[in-house]
Design a protein around this ligand. Sequence first.
Ligand code: C5P
Length: 241
Amino acid sequence: MPTQQPQQQNDRSQSTLPPLFVALDMGEPDVAPLMGDLAGLNVGYKVGMELFYQSGAALVRKLAKDHPIFLDLKLHDIPNTVQSAAARIADMGVRVTTVHAAGGEAMLAGLPALERDDFQFLAVTVLTSMNEHDLTGLGVLDANPAQRVQRLFTLARNSGITGFICSPLEVKSLHAALPEGTFITPGVRPAGAKADDQNRVATPAQAKRSGATSLVIGRPITRASDPRASTQTILDELAHG
Ligand code: C5P
């Protein structure tokens, strides 16, 4: 029997981020049917580049009125530009938003001052689609993904950032170093699901046990024949797993 999940609440304290953000990597016409299908489940939604560049801030503001929204634009530019963009995002009503830690300390340094109880920055360490071969190809000296994640984590922490996106394989050591931090992990695949283009993956229960605060899952839900059932199975695994 699936466990009944509490009714969706747009509670804005970080401690009550939903256990799962469903990645809305789709065009706007597909959003309302999916959200209708998942109504009442304890999930938030991640708006990434695909949807944002199609439908923009107006849609984000609308969704944020009723749901916890994770805006995933992975800012990475000169400090002044990122600071200005981040200030705009801070007014959209979203709960969390991403910046690349690889932008460096000067780019990250001004961001914590924009945070509130209901709004936090997450530093992206190494994309979960990247492996050692990819990092070597970029000419990165510490091409081991775990070492690279650690370096970027330390850099972001030194800039006052306490929220992170990282793979479930690396969240354990980061969580141990910053137990009060927010750790959101993509690269999660229920047992038996296709990895797609993700390289460093784990199951929902493994990610949670390793210290993930919330998970981000896209295709295993959005491309499932029954997205609600897939979501409920993942929430059950998180509750009991
Ligand atoms: O479909 P899938 O579950 O792989 O979707 C994962 C989502 O998390 C995508 O929207 C992707 O952009 C995002 N993401 C990621 N790795 C990161 C940061 C975000 O996969 N490091």
